[in-house]
Design a binder for this molecule. Structure first.
Ligand SMILES: Nc1ncnc2c1ncn2[C@@H]1O[C@H](COP(=O)(O)OP(=O)(O)OP(=O)(O)O)[C@@H](O)[C@H]1O
Length: 721
């Protein structure tokens, strides 16, 4: 029934929905009239209410869907390209509306399937055990309500012995009751922890496979702070999900059990009438509830941005300190912080007004309704009632009041949990966006803002690699365009062949695409066209200008990304590593640190730029790949060290591909790929000596040319005289 009613339908679909509704209404009416008992009539009234509710939400869904469609059509017409979906995290994220709709349910179900992989999983077992304690708690509460009534009855009758006996039983039942409470708290925390572990494991598997982490940070701009999402939002989602189960499942169960028990004692129609009033006020409250889910998602995003700004400062502390850039950094940090605080304050204010309304309705309005309901058996004589004496009336009132308090507390918690559901929706949207973006990236679909040549007009678009890539012992590019993730075409079509044993020098002005060529070779950037033949990823080793020094021991700096176990499996010993250090005059490092190979330090800070470059070269000598990309990686070492590095690398049979502006490096290469920065290039053999001689001759001539205006002026002077 439900899907038919809420479907954003075509005219034919809408007519079918209306027919279904009419049929349901007439069926329900007939059943209501046929049934005589109060409880069954109450059930039918409740069904009517549910049906009316469903129709209302169905209509609201249809309106929202139509509005969404119209908006999407307008945006498409305006931009002319595929827009980023509105729930993406980047710039579009601020417009995102976190709603309790099917999209949320789908996203939530996907996450639930990850955190509870099956009925046999330990999480499912924990959930079942948690549910058992939830039911037990409700049954114990029912028993306690009845015992309360009986205690007061004994008191009113003045029967001291009965009173004491009942107090004793009350104390006894407190034992399983408190144990159940502790078990519930334990189960909830355990569930949150397990959900987090499952989700983190799943995300880590995806994030650190197929270079997804690189795609998220460099090729796609939908996720700004993946670290915040993984470290903070996943935790909040897990806590929120486990809390919500307890906060929803128990109150719902309580509501059902107490309402049935209450309707037996105060009459079904009374309960339904009160429920109607409660439902009405709940609807008003829902309409007045601000979109807390969106608020929470925005707050998490702003928190992430603020933290990211601090991480940047820590990462670049030295550069900022040398620039004396603390004032500029403080301004940026303050701006980030105050944006966050402004938003948090805004949420607090909205919570204040909402809390006032919520408290009044739930505690006092519904409380008064409850008292009216409990008094029913006292003032109205129900058929079949056995309440005659004062003691009976007191017992009935106390028991009913206790049950009603629990039922209204349960209903209140369900109502309060609307806010929690909205918050869960916020975290669900953030975590599921991360999963979706990771899926997209693994499928080769990147989404990045494209900046037009004028630099002003921005359009979102989806970039997808369509070139062909084959594995081969040599490197061959055939008509391959080099396009930056921003969509800038750096070189329209690049073709060259490099055989193993040839050594390539890549030169050109800044930003012309030298490093980008290697990003394509390393599989970091998609191949947008043409054909690339290249060796397997493991045969190419990359050394950047600023080497990456990992956490860990000195040994791990040399063998990165291998582990010590992988090193031993390759048959390499510490003595072999020491020999590599000697080649690069780095052996003093072993004496400098008392624990030798096992010494640990923040290597990025304790080693100078030149030493770091030599460590990176030692890494190359340890791995001995077939190809090495050396991207300005000797800029901080002396010419002597550079010579040792290049001679040793060539001696190990490594084919070199160098990006450098240094002329001293020409002699180590056989080919040159020269970009002009305008999209053109030349690929040719490199005769270093001849080229150096030509360069020198050119420079001499340029010096002469610079003197020509002076010579001409002098000639003119002389002519005049
Ligand atoms: N992740 C990225 N996202 C967007 N644009 C990028 C990205 N990485 C590089 N670019 C752009 O691609 C262009 C080429 O960059 P590349 O690093 O290849 O230059 P390069 O020739 O190596 O320059 P340099 O000599 O300065 O190192 C530059 O305009 C750069 O801004």
């Amino acid at each position: 029934m439900a899907p038919t009613l809420s479907k954003p339908a075509s005219p034919r679909g809408a007519a079918a929905s209306a027919r279904t509704v009419r049929a349901l209404v007439s069926q329900l009416t007939a059943m209501y009239l046929r049934n005589r008992t109060r409880i069954s009539r109450a059930v039918y009234i409740a069904l009517f209410v549910a049906l009316a509710n469903r129709i209302r939400t169905g209509i609201a869904d249809q309106k929202a869907a139509a509005a969404r469609e119209a908006r999407a059509r307008a945006e498409k017409a305006a931009s002319g390209t595929r827009a980023l979906s509105a729930d993406d995290e980047g710039p579009a994220a601020s417009k995102k509306k976190v709603e309790l709709n099917r999209e949320f349910l789908r996203a939530l179900m996907r996450l639930v399937r990850i955190v509870i992989p099956g009925w046999a999983s330990s999480e499912a077992r924990l959930l079942i055990s948690h549910s058992f304690f939830l039911v037990l708690r409700t049954l114990i509460s029912l028993k306690v309500a009845a015992m309360d009534g009986a205690i007061v009855k004994a008191l009113v009758k003045g029967n001291g012995r009965e009173f004491l006996t009942r107090i004793m039983s009350w104390m006894l039942i407190a034992v399983p009751a408190t144990f159940t409470n502790s078990m519930l708290a334990y189960h909830q925390s355990q569930l949150a922890l397990r959900y987090r572990s499952r989700l983190t494991e799943y995300i880590h598997d995806k994030y650190l496979s197929n270079l997804t982490f690189y795609g998220i940070s460099a090729l796609d701009d939908r996720i700004k702070n993946a670290d915040q999402l993984i470290a903070v939002d996943v935790t909040k989602f897990s806590n929120s999900l486990s809390e919500l189960y307890s906060n929803l499942a128990k109150p719902m169960l309580d509501m059902i059990i107490y309402t049935i028990t209450l309707s037996r004692s105060v009459g079904g129609e009374g309960v339904v009438f009160m429920s109607l009033l409660v439902q009405l006020s709940a609807n008003v409250m829902r309409a007045l509830t601000p979109p807390f889910g969106k608020f929470v998602a925005d707050e998490a995003r702003l928190e992430g941005e603020f933290r990211f700004q601090h991480s940047r400062l820590i990462d670049h502390a030295e550069e900022v300190a040398l620039y004396h850039g603390h004032e500029a950094e403080k301004n940026t940090l303050d701006k980030g912080y105050f944006t966050l605080i402004k938003h948090v304050n805004f949420i607090l204010r909205r919570r204040l007004y909402h809390g006032f309304m919520e408290d009044y309705v739930i505690k006092y309005f519904w409380g008064a309704l409850g008292l009216l309901l409990c008094s029913a058996p006292v003032f109205v004589k129900l058929p079949g009632s056995v309440i005659n004496t004062m003691a009976d009336r007191t017992e009935s009132f106390v028991t009913n009041r206790r049950m009603l308090m629990s039922a209204s507390d349960a209903f209140g918690r369900i109502m309060f949990s609307y806010k929690e559901v909205m918050e869960l929706a916020g975290y669900t949207s953030r975590v599921s966006t991360l999963l979706r973006v990771m899926d997209d990236i693994q499928a080769g679909n990147y989404s990045k803002k494209l900046v037009s040549s004028s630099g002003t007009d921005t359009n979102a678009a989806v970039l997808k690699g369509r070139g062909k890539v084959f594995e081969s012992p040599d490197i061959k590019f055939i008509d391959v365009p080099i396009i930056s993730p921003n969509g800038d075409v750096l070189v329209p079509a690049l073709s060259f062949t490099l055989r193993q044993g040839d050594h390539l020098l890549v030169v050109g002005p800044n930003g012309c695409g030298k490093s980008s060529l290697f990003r394509i070779l390393g599989g970091l950037w998609p191949v947008y066209g043409g054909t690339v033949y290249k060796p397997h990823f493991s045969d190419i080793f990359y050394i950047p200008q600023r080497p990456y020094l990992s956490r860990g021991s000195l040994r791990q700096q040399i063998i990165y990304p291998d582990s010590p176990r992988a090193m031993h499996a390759k048959g390499v010993t510490d003595a072999d590593l020491a020999a590599i250090l000697r080649t690069l005059s780095l052996e003093h490092l072993l004496d400098l640190y008392p624990e030798g190979w096992d010494s640990e330090a923040e290597w990025r800070d304790v080693l100078s730029g030149g030493l770091q470059q030599r460590i990176a070269m030692a890494r190359l000598f340890y791995h001995r790949p077939r190809y090495a990309i050396l991207d300005e990686c000797t800029s901080s070492v002396t010419l002597d060290t550079e010579k040792v590095m290049y001679d040793t690398a060539k001696g190990l049979g490594i084919t070199l591909m160098t990006v450098s502006h240094r002329r001293s490096l020409w002699k180590y290469h056989t080919h040159i790929l020269q970009f002009d920065g305008q999209g053109h290039y030349v690929f040719t053999r490199l005769d270093a000596e001849k080229r150096l001689a030509l360069e020198e001759e050119k420079e001499d001539l340029e010096v002469l040319l610079r003197g020509v205006p002076e010579i001409e002026r002098r000639v003119a002077e002389l002519t005049a005289e």
